[in-house]
Design a binder for this molecule. Structure first.
Ligand SMILES: N[C@@H](CCC(=O)N[C@@H](CS)C(=O)NCC(=O)O)C(=O)O
Length: 252
């Protein structure tokens, strides 16, 4: 059985999880708390999550995971078009979202969370083993410092990240002008999926498989940004994709 190694709340992990579900590739998810995930990813020759462990190899980046599962999927539908020109457009957009959108969304979100012990504990412990959950409690101050440094979390970086996120939303909105249903061609592709998954922390779609409880709810400032972005063409688009295309393997 394929194993998907994740930090449950990670939006890059949601990207891989969604792709596996959409292509009906069977897998089991093994979630870890941040920092503790390294014990597993390092053993597998990677660093970050998601990592997909399959019979034919280990894939340590979400893009490699999508490419691999799209190639082996037995479904008729695919995440990458067979037309080389369309495929190249999908890959370029995916790369832009991976390199920028995912990074800026995370930097913005952590700024509001990094001082909130209860919210962070809930987010980080999600799906992790009992032992790691205890580990999060004990190592919390150190973990917080590691994350703060790793993602350069500050008021200034949060503000500039939000500007970048708004620009990417604008670009996506423009691409959808003329009532296009998808970013490339006339079918749902890896570009659409990547945009929606990586934007999910700033849109909070109700179909997202990881739902936080009260402690993880956004504060007022975050809620205002979420409300603003949900109203944009790009935001509505991502929410529609969650509604139309996000089903679990077991639902289908
Ligand atoms: N390019 C990677 C980025 C994944 C990524 O940034 N993952 C974060 C979680 S959101 C992570 O694992 N961070 C901890 C680490 O790098 O050890 C991908 O698309 O798979």
């Amino acid at each position: 059985m394929n194993r998907l190694i994740t930090i449950a709340i990670s939006h890059y992990c949601e990207k891989a999880r969604w792709a596996l579900d959409w292509l009906k590739v069977p897998y089991v998810e093994e979630s870890h708390a941040p920092v503790f995930h390294r014990l597993t990813t390092r053993r597998l020759g990677g660093k970050s999550v998601p990592v997909l462990v399959t019979e034919s190899g280990v894939f340590t980046d979400s893009r490699d995971i999508l490419h691999h599962i799209d190639a082996i999927a037995t479904t008729e539908r695919h995440l990458y078009p067979s037309d080389p020109q369309l495929r190249s457009q999908v890959e370029q957009l995916e790369e832009l979202f991976d390199r920028k959108l995912g990074v800026y969304v995370r930097q913005w979100g952590y700024y509001y969370r990094i001082g909130d012990l209860e919210a962070l504990q809930e987010m980080w412990s999600n799906g992790a083993t009992q032992l790691e959950q205890v580990g999060v409690k004990v190592a919390f101050p150190v973990m917080r410092q590691i994350v703060k440094r790793a993602y350069d979390v500050s008021a200034a970086s949060a503000a500039s990240s939000l500007t970048e996120v708004r620009q990417i939303f604008e670009l996506v909105s423009q691409r959808l002008s003329g009532d296009r249903s998808y970013l490339v061609g006339d079918k749902f592709t890896a570009a659409d999926l990547t945009f929606a998954a990586l934007a999910s922390p700033v849109l909070r779609p109700k179909q997202h498989p990881i739902q936080l409880t009260q402690a993880g709810k956004p504060n007022e400032e975050m809620a205002a940004v979420i409300k603003e972005l949900r109203k944009t063409k790009a935001g509505k688009f991502a929410l529609r994709l969650y509604q139309e295309q996000r089903h679990n393997n077991s639902d289908q």
